[in-house]
Ligand binder design. Sequence first.
Ligand SMILES: [Fe+2]
Ligand SMILES: [Fe+2]
Length: 342
Amino acid sequence: MRLLVKRRRQYTRGNANWLTTLSVLGLAWPCRPKCGKIIPPTHGLPAWLDDHLPALEGPLMPIKIFCLGDIIGKPGRAVVAELLPSLIAREKVDFVVANAENSAAGSGLTPAVFQKLLATGIDVCTMGDHTYRKRDILPLLQSSDRLIRPGNYPPDAVGRGWTVVSSRAGVAIAVLQVMGRLYMNPLDDPLRTIDKMLAEVPRDIKVRIVDFHAEASSEKIAMGWHLDGRVSISFGTHTHTPTADARVLPGGTAFVSDLGMTGPYESVLGRRKDRVLQFMITGMPNFFEIATGDPRMCGILATVDEVSGHALSIVRCDLRGTTQDAAYDAADGHGGKRQGEL
Ligand SMILES: [Fe+2]
Ligand SMILES: [Fe+2]
């Protein structure tokens, strides 16, 4: 049975030879799979083929999911473009989620930057408290199924809190986002909001990823326990500092408090350290220009069983890239953080 499941999966990834072989040998079973929702109809087997497959039960079908912490401006985009495609190929990564709230000029997202990020292999971008910093992203927040923002914004806020996108292997994956309330601007209750959104996700979509964009470790850890066994991966973003608490919780949820930053680590949260220190020492407002030194791509690589949705493993990633000369380019659009703002 395990062999057959593997073979069925190979077919869905473009290899039809096994079915031909089974048919020739008279070994193709004339019954429907009992758990036939493994492959969603829009990306999976043709209906006529489903009628000739055996019941599929039991064996693990692991897929690899890479989650990237807040991408900071041009240096963050550059390190993603430099390292992500080869990582996807080397590790056979099926799906990539990245936080993009700081990816244009360090604050917000532009359509040009969004397209550049998708071209590197990112499947879904999440946002955060900087979602609306660049207003030309509003049409994409409304129309793109690959871009979400925290679901606990007020109901009339532009955008959506969750989406479903197919992985490279044809597995439907739900990505959801909520934002914390401790030391953050007040929004609706993230715990009740995530429960409501999870109830809206179709039940047959087992692989579920939650980005909890929050400041306080306590709130993030509480969210991890709240979601344990109900989602595949629960990661935190926003602090731009990776935490060392990655683990698979008892219920089968891969958890980490914060993915860290994808951008220049010779900085204060991605901004030039001299500018931030000058502000902190003098109290005089300053422009916090994006830093360039020590660019890294930080996040986690998780293995998830696509049948049950349970996580099998989680490892932290901290990969160093090549330092860039410039902190901005034309895709950044106008503006960054306000003076004196961290
Ligand atoms: Fe944030
Ligand atoms: Fe951020």
